[in-house]
Design a protein around this ligand. Structure first.
Ligand code: DGL
Length: 262
């Protein structure tokens, strides 16, 4: 018997960091991975045109795939369009991705936290509200990186990484304030966990790099009912690229993640 898939959406390959956790918790489900690579990177877009693009895209995606639920595995997209998506498609369950400011505020010992994200996510009212609501008594530094999402894409496709360029992007995360140093950096872009080992190697001092992928997957598991009649997926998992033409390295990467590019 085939069941509706879970759709995982991102601007590029960053959502794979969430897909791999979702698979662990929902082994019986099929997944459709959608990368809006024709619009990548989302980080530099103006808000209104990006929101319109995402809503138009979802009109088609939901019609075609009729998913059981959608994981928007992209901070830049969800902090902008999450509420509009839920309002426009009330019959669809959306699981969102937002900067993990609340868990960071609960865990920090120094009280100095950085949020590393795309420039879009840093600009969002949503992000400011999370800080006011959950981290009002802490020092939260917002660091918008214009280049890291692209660097992560290149790195995961097997291209060499430029240490100095990465060091420059993460440097503003490391802050000393009133005798206290940053102890948590929130990875608020789903592309960044692919670079976590590079970040660790280049960091001026050790910090906790907070990756919300597992928490997002847990939330998805709560929302998506387990299939009692299945222990493994009935069909295959697929990947869709809005450009229609992912390159060879990307197709190989998708194969490695068990996704057939359609
Ligand atoms: N992976 C996306 C995020 O979580 C954005 C990367 C981009 O398109 O700039 O924010």
């Amino acid at each position: 018997m085939s069941h509706s898939p879970v759709l995982v959406f991102d601007s590029g390959i960053g959502g794979l960091t969430v897909l791999r956790e979702a698979r662990v918790l929902m082994p019986e489900r099929n997944f459709v991975y959608v990368a809006d690579d024709a619009g990548f990177p989302y980080g530099g877009w103006e808000e209104e045109p990006l929101k319109a693009r995402i809503l138009a895209l979802f009109t088609r995606l939901l019609e075609t795939h009729d998913p059981e639920a959608v994981i928007v595995a992209c901070n830049t997209a969800f902090t902008l369009a999450g509420a509009d998506l839920r309002a426009a498609f009330p019959g669809t369950r959306f699981i969102g991705t937002v900067p993990a400011i609340k868990p960071a505020a609960e865990r920090t010992r120094s009280g100095v936290v950085s949020v590393l994200a795309t420039p879009g996510t840093i600009r969002r009212a949503y992000t400011r509200e999370l800080i006011e609501t959950y981290a009002g008594s802490h020092h939260v530094h917002l660091v918008g990186s214009p280049h890291l999402a692209r660097m992560a894409e290149a790195y995961i496709r097997g291209e060499p990484i430029d240490d100095e360029a990465v060091r420059a992007e993460i440097a503003p995360c490391f802050v000393e304030q009133d005798g206290c140093r940053t102890d948590i950096v929130v990875l608020a872009c789903t592309h960044y966990p692919f670079l976590a080992n590079v970040f660790r190697r280049l960091a001026p001092w050790p910090v906790d790099w907070l990756d919300p992928a597992e928490a997002i997957a847990r939330q998805a598991r709560r929302v998506v009912p387990p299939l009692m009649d299945a222990v493994e997926p009935a069909g295959e998992d697929i990947a869709i690229f809005t450009s229609g033409q992912p390159d060879f390295a990307t197709r190989r990467l998708m194969q490695g993640f068990g996704l057939r590019v359609t």
